[in-house]
Design a protein around this ligand. Structure first.
Ligand code: SAH
Length: 349
């Protein structure tokens, strides 16, 4: 059975022609799936029963179930845990900002990258998500919450550039005028820095924002925090970011997790300025979210502010990531992890 939700309009048109259907059916079906966000072929009421049966026999329209939803009493942030058709679970978050609703999605089940402070990578990578499963998280959140999604960030579990083809298909479909039609400028993809894929993405000439997880100002320190730094040198990574800017005109977002006693001093802020000061960029400081498997700690509020002020004084555009849903907090990936730990516990009993 084919995954019909992962086909773009052109592919769906070819597919329908190949099973003897008229071209215009493709647009109707695409609209049911990607605009009206239905979960079953039976809801496609402008199709004949025969066609619906034919679709059911040849394609799946996998929808995901929410197995857990946590809602913040402070700001309405919602964390969702979705079960995929094969039983794996992924985490997504809906954040409500004054400029619109933003959804953070996962791009893989687990992650291969092994960043030291990250909960999502502890069990390794299980599998890539299909384009349909990245779209599906947004569609499901929109349906369950009744809220229109304006911005999407691919910053949940997984390394999006380690799932390149599905990511590109997802970007095209999410921003397609026949689907949710989200502007490319409202989409951010975050990467730990897979150099050849950053360059390839630049060549796609999308208007999306690239966020680079930098986290350190020297190659040595970056290696301690992020195993990917063993593969790509800091200079190569920054060159690739510059290339991305040249090709797309989009300024880069640098993510910098502030880790107490590791990368949070005034000297670090100075080094960071030297490193990226000439870049058209924005720096997003993320006070590290402690995870129980590691002993990384957040700098205190004053230290975070001092770091930000130093960058600001040096002329760098910088924000400290606002804490969303403080009462349902816990690092990204921990909802999934605690669910898996609990499942494991149940099997062991
Ligand atoms: N693999 C991608 C996207 C997923 S993580 C990437 O590396 O960019 C999204 C961001 O959250 C990354 O900048 C990541 O380094 C950061 N992050 C992960 N765990 C964190 C934690 N416990 N505290 C603070 N930031 C964290």
């Amino acid at each position: 059975m084919k995954d019909i939700k992962s086909l773009n309009l052109e592919q769906l048109t070819e597919e329908l022609l190949s099973i003897g259907e008229k071209k215009f059916r493709a647009k109707q079906i695409y609209s049911w799936i990607h605009e009206k966000l239905v979960d079953s072929f039976d809801e496609m009421t402008n199709l004949s029963k025969d066609l619906r049966e034919k679709l059911k026999a040849n394609y799946n329209l996998n929808s995901m179930d929410a197995v857990a939803v946590q809602t913040s009493k402070i700001d309405g942030t919602q964390k969702y845990l979705f079960r995929l058709h094969d039983g794996h679970v992924v985490e997504s978050v809906l954040m409500k900002y004054h400029h619109g609703n933003s959804v953070c999605i996962s791009s893989q089940v687990g992650c291969l990258m092994g960043c030291r402070f990250c909960a999502s990578t502890i069990g390794g990578k299980v599998r890539d998500l299909a384009a349909s499963e990245m779209l599906g998280q947004i569609y499901k959140i929109q349906k369950l919450s009744g809220e229109r999604v304006h911005n999407v960030v691919v910053m949940g579990t997984g390394e999006p550039l380690d799932n390149y083809d599905n990511l590109v298909q997802f970007i095209k479909m999410l921003t397609d005028e026949n689907g949710l039609n989200i502007s490319q400028r409202n989409l951010t993809v975050s990467t730990c820095g897979i150099v050849p894929r950053i360059r390839e993405l630049a060549g796609e000439k999308f208007q999306i924002t690239l966020a680079l997880s930098l986290h350190a100002t020297t190659q040595e320190k970056r290696k301690q925090l992020m195993p990917i730094a063993n593969k790509y040198d800091l200079k190569e990574v920054l060159d690739a970011c510059h290339y991305y800017y040249e090709q797309t005109g989009r300024r880069i977002t640098f993510e910098y997790s502030l880790v107490g006693g590791v990368n949070d001093t005034k000297q670090d802020a100075e080094k960071l300025t030297k490193l990226i000061g000439k870049f058209p960029c924005h720096v997003n400081l993320i006070p590290v979210n402690p995870i129980k498997e590691r002993d990384f700690v957040q700098p205190n509020k004053q230290e975070c502010q001092a770091f930000r002020n130093k960058l600001e004084k040096n002329g760098i555009n910088v924000t400290i990531r606002r804490e969303m849903g403080r009462d349902i907090d816990g690092a990204c990936g921990q909802l999934r992890k605690s669910y898996l730990d609990q499942e494991k516990g149940e099997h062991e009993c």
